[in-house]
Ligand binder design. Sequence first.
Ligand SMILES: [Zn+2]
Ligand SMILES: [Zn+2]
Length: 357
Amino acid sequence: MKKLICLLLSVLLLGSLSLPAFAQGTGGEPQLIVSTENAMPGDEVAVSITIQNNPGIGVINPKFVFDSSRLQWLGYEEGGLKGWTVTEKAGVWLGNSDSSFNGVILTLRFKVLETAPEGLAEVRLVCGDGDAYNYAEELILFQLISGGVQVGEQAHQHSPGPETKENEIAPGCTRAGSYDSVVKCQDCGAEISRVTVPIQATGHQYNAPRFQWNEDHSEAAAYFICVEKDDVQELEAAVSHRTVSDGEEYTASVIFQGRQYSETRLIAADGSEKTTLQDAEVHAAVEEVSFPAGADKAPEATVEVSPEAAAEATAPAETPVTGRSLPVLPIVLICCALAALVILLIRRSRGRNAKKK
Ligand SMILES: [Zn+2]
Ligand SMILES: [Zn+2]
C-alpha cells in the first residue's frame, strides 16, 4: 500500500515512469472506452468511461482531453469503482486491492455551449506509460477508445482509418522504447483509439575488441566497447608465443559471446611490428574440445585459425561484430593436435636414439 502511494505520487509529480514488467490480461486487451452521445447546443450531457478486459487494477490515473470550444465541464459521477478524485483535467482512483471490475467506472458531465458548432466534440483519455498499475506494480496499458458529444442533428458513425505510429521512442541498449498505435476516423479525423506499445531494449552490441599488451608481450587484455559507447567489457587474453622465420610472433586470444578474437603481433628481427586482428565464430564442438572442464574463462590453449580467416582479419577495430561461420575450424584443430602429437613422438624417439649413441 505504501509502495503504491509512493507510486501514485510519483505518477502525479513526474507524469511518467520507466517501463516495468507488463501485466498480462486474461481475455483480450484492456480497454478504456469513452461513449459517444448526441446533444444540441445548450444541452447537458453525460459521457461515460467504461473499462473492459480489466486484468486487475490497483491504481489508475487517466487524463481527460475534451473539446472546450463545444463543451463546458460540469462535474462527474462515480461508476463501479468508488473513491475517485476528479478534476476537469484528470482522475485518480486508488483501490485497497486489485479490482477486476468491468463496466462504467466514471461519468463525465458537460454542458454543450450555446455557441457550439455542429460536429463532434471529442472527449478522449490519456492513460499510458506510468498511469495504471496493479498491486504487483505491473504497468497496465489500455487501448484507449475516444468518444464525445455529437453536436447537432447528423450523428455520424466513425469509420476507422489505417493504424499509424505516433510518439515513437527508440529503445536503447538497456532502456525500453515505445510508440502509440493510433487509429483515426477517415471521415472526421477524430481519434478513435490509441494504445502505447512497448519496444524491448536492444541490449549492448559490441564492436570488435581493442587489445592492450604489456611491454614484453607476456600479457594482453581485450576491450569490447558497445556501439552506443555506454558499456565496456574487459577480458584477460590468453597469450601464446612462437618463433617464426621472420621474427617473434605473439598471439592474444579471447572468447566473447561465442566468438574468438585473436590479435597477432609479429616483432621482426629489425624491431618493426605488424599487428593483425582476427575474429572467428567458435563452433560448439570446438568449445567442447578445447575448453578444460569447469573452465569459465577463455582457455589457456589458443585455437589456430585457418589462413582464410586470417586473411579477413585486417578489418579495423571499429567495425561492428558480424556473424561469420567457420566450419573448417574443427578440422584444422584436429589436424593441429595430430601434428603436435607426431612431432612430440619424433622428438622423443630422437632423444632416445641420441642417448643410446
Ligand atoms: Zn468520424
Ligand atoms: Zn550499449
